[in-house]
Design a protein around this ligand. Structure first.
Ligand SMILES: *[C@@H]1O[C@H](CO)[C@@H](O)[C@H](O)[C@H]1NC(C)=O
Ligand SMILES: *[C@@H]1O[C@H](CO)[C@@H](O)[C@H](O)[C@H]1NC(C)=O
Ligand SMILES: *[C@@H]1O[C@H](CO)[C@@H](O)[C@H](O)[C@H]1NC(C)=O
Ligand SMILES: *[C@@H]1O[C@H](CO)[C@@H](O)[C@H](O)[C@H]1NC(C)=O
Length: 181
């Protein structure tokens, strides 16, 4: 009697055990498959037509409160947008959400890469930028990605690199740290 029960339950037990081990194994493989990528490039924003357009009025000239700008910006390997390898486009909007804090803007952007292994892949970057000439960095959220950056999570450190008021040009340096499969 006992041996009959065992002959039924033993294969079941072994099957369940194997299934559990397999599931743990798959999870371990998935964890091992996670990559951490560091990207370093420059984002150039010409704050005028045809690559930037203001779509809402400034309500307070001291803070830029209310302003919303739609942008089609260039990404390059080096700091000079006129003389550096293009790595993609940064498209999105930024807006000035505070009537009391000067010039803090929120960016909602998609960085679409056209370079090397990242050609055709993109990252979504969100967050507050505190423009500073003193080199203070702002930290942005990597909210997600496409292509090689599917399931992306991470952050970006943004620093002012240079500006040319005559051309309404602002260049920021970006270090992006992103984990993805
Ligand atoms: C901001 O400055 C511009 C140009 O000097 C002026 O035309 C505009 O009325 C000002 N806006 C506000 C809200 O004060
Ligand atoms: C680009 O950079 C190279 C090397 O630094 C320099 O020789 C060249 O004059 C630059 N071209 C422009 C258009 O700035
Ligand atoms: C923004 O702040 C200014 C100065 O404090 C004030 O005069 C104005 O009414 C505020 N604007 C809005 C839309 O709250
Ligand atoms: C990126 O991919 C597009 C479409 O596949 C291709 O036409 C283009 O030449 C590629 N660019 C680079 C720099 O590899």
């Amino acid at each position: 009697m006992a041996s009959t029960k065992l002959s039924v339950f033993l294969p079941l037990l072994v099957t369940l055990l194997l299934a559990a081990l397999l599931s743990i194994g798959v999870k371990i493989c998935v964890i091992i498959g996670l990559s951490l990528t560091h990207l370093h490039f420059y984002w150039s924003n010409f704050q005028r037509a045809p690559t930037a357009v203001s779509v809402a009025p400034i309500l307070n000239n001291a803070t830029f409160y209310g302003a919303v700008t739609i942008n089609d910006d260039t990404l390059t390997l080096g700091p000079d947008p006129d003389n550096s390898t293009s790595v993609g486009k940064a498209r999105g909007l930024y807006h000035f959400p505070s009537n009391t804090t000067s010039f803090v803007y929120e960016m909602i952007y998609s960085f679409a890469f056209t370079y090397g292994d990242y050609n055709g892949s993109s990252l979504s970057l969100l967050g507050s930028v505190f423009p500073s000439l003193s080199g203070t960095a702002s930290e942005l959220t990597v909210a997600g990605g496409t292509g090689v950056f599917r399931f992306a999570r991470g952050y970006a450190v943004l620093k002012f690199a240079s500006g040319d008021p005559k051309r309404s040009l602002l260049v920021n340096e970006l270090d992006v740290y992103v984990s993805h499969y």
